[in-house]
Design a protein around this ligand. Structure first.
Ligand SMILES: Nc1ncnc2c1ncn2[C@@H]1O[C@H](COP(=O)(O)OP(=O)(O)OP(=O)(O)O)[C@@H](O)[C@H]1O
Ligand SMILES: [Mg+2]
Length: 445
């Protein structure tokens, strides 16, 4: 992408309405525009990151054996009357009446609808296990939408639902979700800690929230800080191996880590004082096992191997896809702007031409741009006729992890400069070596 042909409406001034750094930088970097309280347009740069996050979520869900589908945003009120939640949900639910006076709602979550799909098509234990998920917009008429995409009213969520014949199988699905979520967040450059949580309106007693530590987080968290060093890394996981998956979950949930809702001072006291930490966190996902709550209420029954009709065992599992942009920025920025982890960056690398119009510099930039594209890497090429300082400021603000700087002086010696956004370190090398270096970095992403 050439910047002169792109749509990147960066702001020079700090927007007054933004209280936290991620909201400020998303507005300044031209990623989002607010259209109403808690409702945003995703401008091209923001959309690119959103799509990267969706891709990672999809890849890890499919790796775990979960199956994508797509349910609508609008749902009939009657489905929610079956579960009893139509009245329980209260003012957070956006209720709509169509021209036939039929009652609809903009879905805040999809337990009822997916249970309806299931009961229409599945009758036998032989079709289980089954986990269906989608990435779809949700609406919750939050009392205080704030912090940009962190607490929106319309927001993008991945929500998945498992259907299993017995509790054991359903808890395996729960564990599979935990492990796939850990991998998902790691690929985004995040440390998200699974913490024991309270279940709220979804119901059930087996639930964990995933929290990214950040001063600006809305949840108070209590944890043994050794939990932050745990990493899945590149290990292979066989998602069908119940014991192996359970072992990973045990590894990540044994050390003390709880939100204020489940915090137990007496148990926390047992953590060695040097490791006892109280802080704040951003909830980027939650998993629930809730058994037969919805299947009983809605008549989602399956025949088991003894020929009996039993309500199917279920759980639901969510990732805050749009909130993740905010969480990643809160966890990865400096005073010049965003620092995208390679896994989610909108462009893998930026090219800065220090002297637009200089024949050698222009040709070298074009050459880099094409050589990167040939390796599947779409660079953002700043080909504007602007001062170097302004170009650097834009690149720093939008946070591409790598920058190649091209100028007549370096080219006279046959070199360009490769700079890490994170460390600020620059290394001179030939244009060919620069392309090889960037390709090598992204080979493992
Ligand atoms: N208003 C919102 N804006 C953006 N993301 C949200 C919002 N509400 C929930 N999410 C995201 O969707 C995920 C799954 O939804 P869930 O039902 O667990 O939310 P929740 O527990 O009600 O969230 P919160 O406690 O933050 O209100 C959450 O973990 C969070 O990352
Ligand atoms: Mg939650």
């Amino acid at each position: 992408m050439r910047l002169t042909r792109y749509f990147l409406p960066v702001l020079k001034e700090n927007p007054a309405e933004a209280q936290i750094v991620s909201h400020r930088y998303m507005l300044r970097a031209g990623m989002i525009k607010q259209q109403a309280a808690g409702i945003y347009s995703w401008l091209p740069l923001g959309l690119r990151v959103l799509r990267r996050i969706e891709t990672i979520v999809n890849e890890e869900q499919e790796r775990a054996g979960h199956i994508p589908l797509l349910m609508p945003t609008l749902q009939p009120a009657d489905l929610w009357r079956e579960s009893g939640r139509y009245d329980d949900y209260g003012q957070e639910m956006l209720r709509i009446t169509d021209r036939q006076k039929r009652e609809l709602l903009y879905g805040p979550t999809n337990e009822e609808m997916v249970t309806d799909i299931f009961r229409s098509h599945v009758n036998s234990y032989k079709d289980l296990p089954l986990t269906l998920y989608h990435i779809q917009w949700k609406f919750r008429d939050e009392m205080r939408p704030r912090f940009g995409v962190m607490r929106g009213r319309e927001f993008l969520m991945k929500d998945g639902y498992n259907f299993d014949i017995d509790k054991e199988a359903a808890l395996h699905a729960y564990n599979r979700h935990m492990v796939s979520y850990l991998r998902t967040y790691e690929r985004m450059g995040l440390t998200a800690i699974p913490m024991r949580a309270a279940s709220g309106p979804i119901g059930g007693d087996n639930t964990h929230e995933f929290l990214v530590l950040a001063q600006t987080g809305e949840s108070e968290v209590f944890y043994d800080d050794r939990v932050t060093a745990l990493k899945l890394g590149a290990r292979e996981i066989d998602y069908d191996d119940r014991a192996a998956v359970a072992d990973v979950c045990r590894e990540f949930t044994t050390l003390y880590a709880r939100t204020d809702e489940t915090h137990d001072g007496a148990v926390f006291e047992a953590v060695p004082e040097a490791h006892r930490k109280v802080g704040r966190g951003i909830e980027v996902g939650q998993i629930f096992y809730f058994g037969t709550k919805y299947s009983e209420a809605m008549g989602a029954l399956v025949v088991n191997d003894k020929g009996e009709r039993v309500p199917v065992e279920m759980g639901s599992h969510g990732i805050g896809v749009s909130r993740l942009l905010g969480a990643i920025i809160e966890a990865s920025h400096d005073d010049k702007g965003i620092i995208w982890p390679e896994g989610v960056t909108p462009f893998p690398v930026g090219i800065v031409n220090l002297k637009q119009g200089d024949a050698a510099a222009d040709a070298a930039c074009e050459g880099l741009y094409k050589a990167l594209a040939a390796k599947g890497l779409e660079a953002l090429y700043d080909d504007r006729d602007e001062r170097a300082g302004a170009k650097f400021a834009t690149m720093d603000l939008i946070g591409l992890p790598w920058r190649i700087t091209v100028g007549p002086r370096g080219l006279a010696n046959g070199v360009v400069e490769v700079t890490s956004r994170r460390t600020g370190e620059s290394v001179e090398m030939t244009p060919d070596a620069a392309v090889a270096r960037i390709a090598e970095i992204y080979a493992g992403v």
